[in-house]
Design a binder for this molecule. Structure first.
Ligand code: UDP
Length: 238
């Protein structure tokens, strides 16, 4: 496929839950492999790719603290969960022949690289997929914020948030037949109406850095590729 990408450098954010398949918990390697294929299709178009993967399929800090754990410790556990997901994705991408680096906000040298901005930029220039792990490295943040932060630092043109639906709706499209998809939404509207695009910290950071957020479906095969080719349905938050 020689269709050029409409974007030079992109950030793909997916939740940890996107990796669990029908299992209800953890990583489902065939599902990770399917998403890796979606990433490969975009890599083949020549786009430089950053990724952030959440950790909610393994552990969420808030859930731990609701059950009596100290919040910051629980958040560190959540960040470690994202490293496991990143390694799972790296393994499937490299099986497809794509050079990939896992870059952690919390150094763990035997497992992956520490985050050094200039080094990450160099990897991207060499067309290596960079998976940014361990979130921002700070408790009380989310991986949505990490995706927006790293996208800003790497000079990505947009954050692509892969979800189960093809955009942002005024109400849950799985529950309401008359739910309406937005083509575009402003950052402020997404915040005011609490449209569930990303958490408020992430949206505000995107707004302040003029970084568009594109919400699309990762379930449709070839969906990520078609959006980068300028086709398909999605919601653009800008
Ligand atoms: N986390 C954190 N700081 C960050 C990113 C993540 O403390 O910068 C923790 C937090 O506890 C969160 C967990 O890691 O619940 C998993 O991330 P997230 O909930 O964003 O994953 P997702 O919902 O996207 O799967």
């Amino acid at each position: 496929d020689r269709t050029p990408s409409a974007y030079r450098r992109v950030m793909l954010k997916i939740s940890g839950e996107a990796l669990m398949g029908d299992q209800g918990y953890g990583l489902h390697p065939p599902t990770v492999a399917r998403i890796a294929q979606e990433v490969k299709a975009v890599h083949d178009m020549g786009a430089e790719i950053c990724m952030v993967i959440g950790g909610g399929n393994i552990f969420r800090g808030l859930a731990g603290s609701a059950q009596g754990m100290e919040r910051t410790t629980a958040d560190y556990m959540g960040m470690l969960a994202t490293v496991m997901n990143a390694l799972g994705m790296q393994s499937q991408l490299e099986a497809l022949g794509i050079h990939t680096r896992v870059i952690s906000a919390i150094p763990m040298d035997q497992v992956c690289e520490p985050y050094i901005r200039r080094r990450a930029v160099r990897h991207l220039e060499k067309k290596r997929v960079c998976i940014f792990a361990a979130g921002t490295g700070n408790p009380y943040f989310t991986t949505d914020t990490a995706a927006t932060l790293r996208a800003s630092e790497m000079g990505c043109e947009a954050v692509f948030k892969g979800t189960k639906v093809d955009g942002v709706y005024d109400k849950d499209p799985n529950k309401f037949d008359d739910a309406k998809r937005y083509d575009t939404v402003s950052y402020d509207e997404a915040l005011e109406k609490n449209l569930g695009v990303m958490d408020a910290t992430a949206i505000a950071l995107a707004r302040d850095n003029k970084l568009p957020i594109i919400v699309f479906s990762l379930d449709a095969p070839g969906g990520f590729r078609s959006i980068l080719a300028g086709e398909g349905t999605y919601t653009r938050v800008a």
